[in-house]
Write a protein that binds this ligand. Structure first.
Ligand SMILES: *Cc1c(COP(=O)(O)O)cnc(C)c1O
Length: 420
């Protein structure tokens, strides 16, 4: 996703790296579930953690736990260096122009809410419009609904075609000077669709609108370059990219960020406080009130080091192979109907099985050791669009293998036999 919306493919998927060696870095992958080897295909919900991430957390707590930005003592200096070092890693990972453009948050959800409640409240007025898309996660719907209700603005939705791709002509028609913000998923968690984000940004900017991209599902799958994309805001989440839960990042262009009012008040976000007046700290600290999630930010940095060492291009190539293979083997089961067949897709297959409720399917798959998500994937409007109550979603990561896809297919055949 550096210059095009499609993951870059280099090397041969199966030779580019040693998946069995990679799997040994993830302790959880060797466990069993219901007496069967775990086949973890719920990576869009959360990803597993390599040992180096787990070690980064224990090392922090056992060797240099201290509060940051305050103490002059050795531990505090070490903790501050590690915490700020992780910010630099995030900056380089998405190629942001400078570290001040990276704000630590709790999650991708909080990143979006921060923008809605600061930039949004200042810049969205009655009669303005916000455009989102028909494939958004609830995290990229509800904050904008709340903002529209508060400001008297209007929320508009770009429709999807039957493959689960954006109707770009419709998007172009919807854009006008009334539109102040476009908020879109880079990659859909429910359908896997990779959106043509450069084009979305170009068209929005031509009308003077600011663009926020929800990158929670993009960064685990391919290299992302926010400067090449040109977006104004980009939200990402540590736990979706092999890091700990409880931390995420908001990228915001420096000029926008310096103009935004603070999000929460408290310690660390101030330069000086009297009862009469408070002077806010510089960005990004202005947006990081209170003691942050130091350990998990450091763990996030360790996760970025890990995937960078594996290579985002090698990851994209391996996942491309898994996606093609999963599509092929599941297509051979007549009862399987895919929901989401976009040309540009991340390694996610969402499907329904004729005559079987997705929750029943999920339960039977679990008994075979296969962990998938069965539900609406926090994207209920997508389910409505495709007229299904829920789907079974197998979402892959670079540690998954073709033989795990075979296990999925075998388990799906079991489901079909049980119900037909
Ligand atoms: C998981 C996810 C989110 C929410 O991220 P959190 O960090 O868990 O809050 C938002 N958007 C998409 C597309 C996601 O997959």
């Amino acid at each position: 996703m550096t210059t095009t919306s499609q993951p870059t493919i280099t090397g041969q998927a199966t030779n580019a790296f040693d998946v069995e060696r990679i799997r040994r870095d993830f302790p959880i992958l060797s466990r069993e579930v219901h007496g069967k080897p775990l086949v973890y295909l719920d990576n869009a919900a959360t990803t597993q953690k390599p040992q180096c991430v787990i070690d980064a957390l224990t090392t922090y707590y056992s060797e240099y736990n201290a509060n940051i930005h305050r103490g002059v003592h050795a531990l505090s200096v070490a903790a501050t260096e590690a915490y700020e070092g992780a910010r630099l890693k995030i900056q380089r990972f998405i190629n942001a122009g400078r570290p001040e453009e990276i704000v630590y948050v709790r999650s991708a959800t909080e990143a979006i809410n921060l923008v809605a409640q600061t930039w949004g409240v200042e810049n969205i007025a009655a009669g303005d419009e916000i455009i989102i898309t028909g494939m958004e996660h609830h995290s990229n719907i509800v904050p904008w609904q709340m903002l529209c209700a508060k400001q008297g603005a209007r929320l508009r939705v770009v429709p999807l075609n039957d493959n689960g791709e954006l109707e770009l002509d419709e998007y172009e028609r919807m854009l006008s000077p009334k539109v102040k913000l476009v908020a879109a998923a880079h990659v859909s968690n429910a359908l896997g669709t990779v959106n043509p984000v450069e084009r979305l940004v170009e068209l929005a900017h031509a009308q003077g609108a600011v663009v926020l991209l929800d990158g929670a599902q993009a960064v685990p799958h391919a290299a992302v370059d926010v400067q090449a994309i040109g977006c104004d805001f980009y939200a990402l989440s540590s736990h979706k990219v092999f890091g700990p839960t409880g931390v995420g990042a908001l990228y915001a262009k420096y000029d926008l960020l310096t103009k935004m009012p603070p999000y929460q008040g408290g310690g660390d976000m101030i330069a000086s406080v009297t009862f009469e007046n408070t002077i806010y700290n510089d960005v990004p600290h202005k947006f990081e009130a209170g003691t942050p999630n130091i350990a998990d930010a450091i763990g996030f940095g360790a996760a970025i080091d890990y995937v960078t060492a594996v290579g985002m291009d090698a990851i994209a190539a391996h996942e491309r192979d898994l996606l093609e293979y999963a599509t092929e083997v599941l297509s051979s089961i007549p009862e399987v109907r895919f929901i989401g067949t976009a040309k540009a897709r991340a390694a996610v297959v969402s499907f329904v099985i004729e005559g079987v409720h997705p929750h029943d399917a999920g339960t039977i798959l679990d008994l075979q050791g296969v962990a998938v998500r069965a539900g609406h994937h926090c994207a209920q409007p997508v389910m409505l669009r495709f007229k299904v109550p829920a789907t079974v979603r197998a979402s892959m990561a670079f540690y998954n293998t073709r033989s795990e896809i075979d296990a999925l297919a075998t388990a799906v055949r079991c489901v079909v036999e049980k119900f037909n």
